[in-house]
Each structure stands twice: as C-alpha cells, then as structure tokens.
Design a protein around this ligand. Structure first.
Ligand code: HEC
Length: 200
C-alpha cells in the first residue's frame, strides 16, 4: 500500500516537471531562437582565420627569421634543406590535415597559374569561375557560388590571394615551374577556395 502511494507521487511529480519543462522550453524557442549563420558569413569567418594564420606565419616566423635575424632559410625543399616551409606549403599541409580528418568542409589555395600543378584551379566550373571573378575584380570582393558534386549540393566561396609583397612577385616570376612570369605587385595570384555542403 505504502509502495503504491510513493510511486504514484513520483509519477505525478515527474509528469508535472515534464509539463513545466516542455512549457518552458517551448517559450524559450519562440523568444531566443538564434537566426543562424549564413553560408557567406561562415566562409568569410573561416577565410579570415586561414588568412590571418598565413599572414602571421609569413610576418612573424618567415620574414623575421629569414630576412631580419637571418638565422634560417625558407625553402620549397624545406625537409631536405632543414629550412622553413613556404607559407603556401604550410597552408597546403593544414588543408591536407583537415581533409585527412574527414572534415565536413574543405579548403585549398589554388591558382590559374600554379607553380605546383596540384594547386591548379578549375577542377570544377564554379572554382574556375570564382578564380576568374576575383582575378578580374582585383580581389575587391569574394565570389560565392553553388555546385552539385556527386549528388551533394555545395556552397563554394573563393577569396583572392594578392601579391602583397615584392617577394611574392619575384619568387613566382622566377620559379622554373611558374606558367606566368609577369606578375606585378598588387596582382591577384590565386585564391582560397572554401567548400561547404549545403544540406547536411
Ligand atoms: C620563395 C618563393 C615564394 C614566395 C616568396 C611566395 N611563393 Fe607562393 N608559392 C611558391 C611555391 C614553391 C608554391 C607551390 C607550393 C606548393 O607546393 O603547394 C607557391 C604556391 C602559391 C600559390 C598556390 C598556387 C601555386 O602557384 O602553386 C599561391 C596562390 C601563391 N603561392 C601566392 C603567393 C603570394 C600571394 C605570395 C606573397 C605573399 C607568395 N606566394 C610568396 C613560392 C613562393
């Protein structure tokens, strides 16, 4: 008899708590539902982190140790030469590590005039269109597009990679594998492509 009463009370309480909780959470959803982040804002944010990391590595590590302190070289063959990897190589290694972790998004540094052919643009029409768009407008604004690859819809954004220092221009123009040898300061040399699935 005693047992039955306790169980009844417990059930009654949990029913009331459940009702209260449902009631509260319903009210909260209506009042504070977040607006969500647009695909543009998401890729803009990812790009800002990638670009800033690359700039910091270029200025605070490569430029400082190679140009100012002259204690180490930066080399394309950094492993054999016991040197620092180039900023573009650091970027690519990060992108490859991200891909190896089966991330739900991907990014890469590409160019219509690549030194490394695996950075060649235009593996998809949208990538190519985006790289041409940012090259034509001098990087004034990014390109946003959509594409379907393997049955999956993607939001694809392309951000200009600009020759901000004379050394960008001289190294690329003089590189034996560069298909373009007349880059000038301020030119768009390539672009960062960020791809995000739209319906996952
Ligand atoms: C010392 C030489 C050197 C300097 C300086 C340099 N790059 Fe590169 N860059 C390279 C090499 C080599 C690659 C290919 C790296 C790889 O294996 O992915 C590359 C790759 C790139 C790519 C990807 C497409 C491609 O050509 O393979 C872009 C875009 C790029 N660099 C832009 C820049 C910009 C912008 C700067 C200046 C902020 C710069 N680079 C400075 C040598 C250089």
């Amino acid at each position: 008899m005693k047992k039955t009463i306790i169980i009844t009370i417990a059930l009654g309480l949990s029913a009331i708590t459940g009702w209260l909780a449902t009631g509260c959470s319903k009210t909260e959803i209506v009042e504070v539902a977040p607006p969500g982040v647009s695909f543009e804002k998401l890729t803009d944010a990812l790009h800002m982190v990638l670009e800033n990391d690359r700039t910091v590595y270029t200025q605070k590590v490569v430029n400082r140790l190679v140009k100012e302190d002259k204690v180490i070289k930066a080399s394309e063959h950094w492993s054999e030469d016991q040197a620092l990897p180039l900023p573009a190589q650091m970027f690519r290694m990060g992108a490859e590590l991200t891909a190896s972790k089966d991330a739900w998004f991907s990014y890469s540094l590409q160019s219509l005039w690549p030194i490394n052919k695996s950075n060649a643009a235009g593996q998809t029409e949208v990538e190519k269109k985006g790289l041409e768009f940012v090259a034509a407008n001098g990087g004034a604004e990014p390109f946003y597009g959509q594409e379907t690859l393997g049955g999956q819809n993607y939001f694809t954004a392309v951000y200009a990679d600009v020759a901000v220092a004379p050394v960008c221009v001289s190294c690329h123009n003089e590189h034996k594998d560069s298909p373009k040898t007349d880059f000038k300061l301020g030119d768009v040399m390539g672009g960062v492509v960020i791809r995000i699935p739209m319906d996952s």
